[in-house]
Design a protein around this ligand. Structure first.
Ligand SMILES: [Zn+2]
Length: 435
């Protein structure tokens, strides 16, 4: 762990934000070369930088096993980081790894440089004693969402093919509670537009009989939730339950920052609502802002909606249901048009195979307790690309980014015990996993 502290300090000191408007691209190149050098020391060969479709460079390398029939494990992480955002809100310099209260602070300390150091620590613990074929992919534009690695996987399927893929860019439910994330929700966005009048008219002269486009939009949007806050899209199931680890309601209240007196929505548990069921969110509404608004009835209004699609539901069908629901909910004969935007399928890992069994045993030994199965409410498009390209592979999402890490926020940090225990678990997994 002394070596892990030094490694993470060096890596956090490189401001590898993959946005040339904010940081020089040479910083990403430095981080990529740092990864190459350290994994070369850990016995990887064929290491190189591969330019992807968004201009970022992904580090790839291999470490063949003595037995070529041994299974292949692909290790994933990313070396780019979020910008520090509000630097004044940081209690320590964002690009200087700083210990405080038993945690190590710095941008990327957890997301995802802590996971790169976790891989290195596991590999060092094993030395030459590794019975599986290893492949490494460390991308350089994950935080930008520009899809460079997704295209690279599709374009180079044989290069990255593996029996088990460790996507190390998530975290445990809490410090000391080992977990694998096995589902992700997909998404379906739409823009709904309402037209009711040829133009603005005075609310005194016409208010009453004149159809109000904004009122109609509010009416339509209100049909998307019932009184308890359940998402109610006609034809879309909303009663699913989560069979893995619970998400304690009290912790969710704190994580989400509820104001005193506010209730959690829905008639399911928190894990049902956030991991197993659909959720609709109004992302934006076009209508006059309060400042500058006049006594006029709005002739048209529109809203962008985000529907989170749970595992087991087809995202295209969910989007179809939402479009039909919005059209059917239109009151007063107003004209409603719905434009389809982003669409992403949910993800569900195959979690019953030998890799998951080996990982669960490794986590049990490293942590002294059972591995929990978590969901995630958001999407990771790369996981869908891996699942589609390698349908036989067992995909595991894990890592050092537990909730206290505050990834993407000021004062990001990592718990060094999480690096130690997860590296221990990873090493045990790599030594015990067989097909
Ligand atoms: Zn990340």
């Amino acid at each position: 762990m002394g070596r892990a502290r030094i490694d993470l300090g060096e890596l956090v000191a490189i401001p590898s934000v993959a946005d040339p408007r904010q940081y020089p691209p040479q910083e990403c190149l430095r981080a990529a070369n740092w990864v190459v050098d350290r994994f070369a020391e850990a016995g990887f060969t064929g290491l190189g930088l591969h330019e992807t479709s968004d201009g970022s460079r992904a580090v790839f390398g291999v470490r063949p096993a003595a037995d070529p029939t041994a299974p292949t494990v692909l290790l994933y992480a990313h070396y780019d980081v979020q910008p520090p955002l509000d630097e004044a809100a940081w209690h320590t310099p964002p690009f200087e790894l700083t210990e405080s209260g038993g945690r190590w602070y710095g941008r990327g300390a957890a997301d995802c440089k802590g996971n790169i150091v976790m891989h290195l620590t596991a590999l060092r613990a094993l030395g030459d004693d590794i019975g599986v074929n290893l492949k490494l992919i460390v991308e350089g534009s994950e935080e930008q969402g520009t899809g460079g690695l997704e295209d690279f996987v599709v374009g180079n399927p044989e290069l990255l093919r593996a029996d088990a893929i460790l996507v190390c860019d998530t975290g445990n439910a809490a410090v000391g509670v080992p977990a694998a994330t096995v589902t992700l929700r997909g998404l379906a966005n739409v823009v709904v537009r309402v037209e009711a009048l040829a133009g603005e008219v005075h609310s005194g002269m016409f208010g009453g009989p004149a159809p109000d486009a904004l009122a109609a939009l509010i009416h339509i949007l209100a049909t998307l939730r019932d009184a308890d806050g359940n998402t109610t899209v006609t034809g879309l199931e909303n009663g699913q339950t989560w069979s893995g680890a619970p998400y304690p309601a009290e912790r969710f209240r704190v994580d989400a920052g509820l104001v005193a007196g506010a209730s959690l929505l829905g008639d399911g548990t928190v894990s049902d609502m956030v991991w197993a069921r659909p959720a609709v969110t109004v992302l934006g509404i076009d209508c006059p802002p309060v400042v500058g608004s006049a006594a006029a009835i709005q002739p048209h209004a529109r809203a962008r909606l985000n529907l989170r699609v749970p595992p087991g539901t087809d995202a295209v069908k969910a989007q179809d249901a939402l479009v039909a629901h919005l059209r059917a909910a239109a009151p007063w004969g107003v004209r409603v048009t719905v434009e389809r935007e982003a669409l992403g399928q949910p993800f569900e890992a195959r979690s019953g195979g030998p890799a998951y069994r080996a990982l669960a045993a490794a986590m049990r030994e490293a942590y002294g307790r059972e591995m929990a199965y978590l969901g995630q409410g958001g999407s990771i498009p790369l996981c869908n690309v891996f699942a589609e390209t390698y349908p036989e592979a067992e995909i595991v999402l894990m890592g050092v980014e537990e909730p206290l890490a505050l990834i993407h926020a000021p004062n990001e940090s990592v718990d060094p015990d999480e690096i130690a225990r997860l590296a221990h678990a990873e090493a045990l997994f790599l030594s015990s996993y067989r097909k």
